[in-house]
Design a binder for this molecule. Structure first.
Ligand code: F3S
Length: 284
């Protein structure tokens, strides 16, 4: 069986930066309790490795209340809400911010455009940490989960809207939104906030899905960008499967299969991608 990799896959710039930052913090803050605030990236293998290095994980405001001023916190790549920053400052907890620069950029655009008098529209998953974090910096943000949701529910087309999208939004959907804005939202503007890593990986899986029999998409089940890769792939190739670990791979997927395509989300470590390749070569 031939294995073909997507041209672009795996760790993105933001995840690499966040993990490098953690290593620096571990070195610099030896002997102290170091906590990640939520999953630093949405990948269980990465998190397990960090837990093994002694980092602890905390999840909510109550946990922050219990920290003391000697503890160290690392803020995840997706960012956190304004309230959490405030809480950390109040508790005088030292923190290192591993929020990806593209997430910070969306946040800054939102604050600036709201000050300029725009009604902000955010397109994305309201339950995702990135969206919760960015939106918390605004005063009155309208959230639509996708283009359909926006089209069906938007009112007052002449209003001065400013549209921002989640960094992992499907780029084709983003292009549809641009077209819609040009036609119907004549007083509105839009920022290009879909991150390059997301776009490159979506384009690469699009190409891959057309030339292989089946596509394996490796990444956390809670990883937004991996889910988007799966959706892009599935639209082109019905035999697309999203897995997080090799145990999820089923032999029957590979019946009559000659070529297997592999791609991986932006928070999937290379070692997991290699494990998948090894497993397919040896066990299927
Ligand atoms: Fe940042 Fe894009 Fe990665 S927003 S964390 S570079 S997927």
């Amino acid at each position: 069986m031939k294995i073909v990799y997507a041209d672009k896959l795996g760790f993105c710039f933001g995840v690499n930066e966040a993990l490098t930052k953690i290593d620096t913090v571990i070195e610099k803050e030896k002997g102290k309790n170091i906590f990640m605030l939520g999953m630093i990236v949405h990948n269980k293998t990465v998190i397990d490795d960090l837990l093994e290095k002694g980092i602890k994980i905390i999840n909510n405001n109550n946990n922050i209340e219990n920290l003391n001023s000697n503890d160290i916190v690392i803020i995840r790549a997706h960012g956190v809400s304004k309230e959490i920053y405030k809480l950390l400052d109040e508790k005088r907890v030292k923190y290192y911010d591993a929020t990806c620069i593209f997430v910070k950029r969306s946040r800054e655009i939102l604050v600036k455009k709201e000050k300029e008098g725009y009604q902000i529209i955010f397109i994305g998953d309201r339950d995702h940490p990135e969206v919760k974090g960015i939106v918390s910096f605004g005063k009155n943000v309208i959230i639509y989960k996708d283009f359909e949701d926006m089209k069906n529910n938007i009112k007052e087309l002449n209003k001065k809207y400013f549209i921002i999208a989640q960094t992992t939004l499907n780029k084709n959907m983003y292009l549809d939104i641009i077209e819609y804005r040009k036609k119907y939202l004549l007083n509105s503007e839009i920022a290009d906030t879909v991150c390059g890593a997301t776009y490159e990986r979506q384009k690469a899986v699009e190409k891959l899905a057309k030339i292989v029999d089946i596509v394996i998409i490796v990444g956390g089940h809670n990883s937004s960008n991996t889910k988007k890769l799966y959706n892009v792939s599935k639209n082109i190739n019905k035999s697309s499967y999203h897995i997080e670990r090799i145990e999820e791979i089923k032999k029957e997927w590979f019946e009559n299969c000659e070529t297997v395509g592999i791609t991986a989300g932006a928070s999937t470590p290379e070692k997991v991608i290699k494990q998948v390749e090894k497993y397919i070569k040896e066990a299927i």
